[in-house]
Design a protein around this ligand. Structure first.
Ligand SMILES: Nc1ncnc2c1ncn2[C@@H]1O[C@H](COP(=O)(O)OP(=O)(O)OP(=O)(O)O)[C@@H](O)[C@H]1O
Ligand SMILES: [Mg+2]
Length: 263
């Protein structure tokens, strides 16, 4: 579904953020990308949809090489990739509904969307999504009236209304409290399963990643140093990814109460 081949990103400053990364993500797979600050996680996610232009290497989305596309074709392909950000990136003075519908911009065309004339089926789908994430009653509220968790739910709806095949998620929970973080992480993972989406979720909270995903990629200095199941993240492996630290308190314990029961 997604394939990265020897992906390299060197910024103009000389920072080598990615060093020949190879990665294959089958359709429907949700994976967590972990690693210390500066490891290249955001760069990797942004090179996939070319918000950041890779220096060399290839990105394939199904049969299409994204790295070879001109602007028009790239815009079309970007519809197949939904993006969710830490800082939500909502338009503050627009309503929840308008923010969700803005996810259709890639389809509806600029002038039509400026006049906010979205097709009824888009509006219906927006209502369905808001209902799914528990925000139906907030459709007419302005974005700046929402809590962080609610804002992220709107961000999720906006990504999903594009009907993507792949979700690129950059620290979705970094601004949220622990309980809300868990709820948002669970929501993203459930929605991926319901819709058969693949996702790359860049996340700092290792225990949270371990709870919800099938595969973890550890990145360090722009290289993949771990690729495996969440349970394989031993203290040694975490040291390899993050450097020296006492990991016993960080790793998810088997005897911990299941999340469902804890909430
Ligand atoms: N626009 C940029 N210009 C120059 N260097 C950059 C730019 N963006 C990132 N870098 C550098 O690239 C490397 C990787 O950064 P990146 O933001 O991808 O890391 P990250 O793993 O997402 O970190 P964090 O966990 O702090 O978000 C860092 O050394 C960073 O300083
Ligand atoms: Mg980052």
């Amino acid at each position: 579904m997604l394939r990265l081949e020897k992906l390299v990103k060197t910024y103009k400053t000389g920072d080598q953020a990615l060093k020949a990364v190879d990665l294959e993500v089958p359709s429907g797979q949700v994976l967590a990308l972990i690693g210390p600050s500066g490891a290249g996680k955001s760069t990797l996610i942004r090179c996939i949809n070319r918000l950041v232009e890779p220096s060399s290497g290839k990105v394939w989305l199904a049969e299409t090489e994204l790295t070879g596309l001109g602007q028009g074709a790239l815009r079309r392909e970007r519809r197949r990739m939904g993006m969710i950000f830490q800082e939500y990136a909502l338009v503050e003075r627009l309503t929840v509904m308008e923010n969700v519908l803005s996810g259709r911009l890639g389809y509806v065309g600029f002038w039509r969307s400026l006049a906010r004339r979205f097709p009824q089926k888009d509006v219906d789908e927006a209502f369905r999504l808001l209902d799914r994430v528990g925000l139906l009653h907030m459709a007419d509220k302005r974005a700046d009236e929402l809590s962080g968790g609610q804002r992220q739910r709107v961000g999720i709806c906006r990504a999903l209304i594009q009907d993507p095949k792949l979700l690129l998620v950059d620290e979705p929970t970094a601004s949220l409290d622990p309980k809300t973080s868990r709820q948002i992480m669970r929501l993203i993972c459930e929605l991926c399963e319901e819709r058969g989406l693949a996702a790359i979720i860049n996340i700092h909270d290792v225990a949270l990643a371990q709870r919800f995903v099938q595969r973890v990629i550890g990145l360090r200095f722009g290289e993949i140093v771990y690729d495996g199941p969440p349970d394989g993240l031993s203290p040694d492996k975490l040291t390899e990814i993050y450097g020296e630290e006492d990991w016993e308190a960080t790793i998810k314990k088997d005897d911990e109460a299941p999340v469902e029961a804890a909430e």
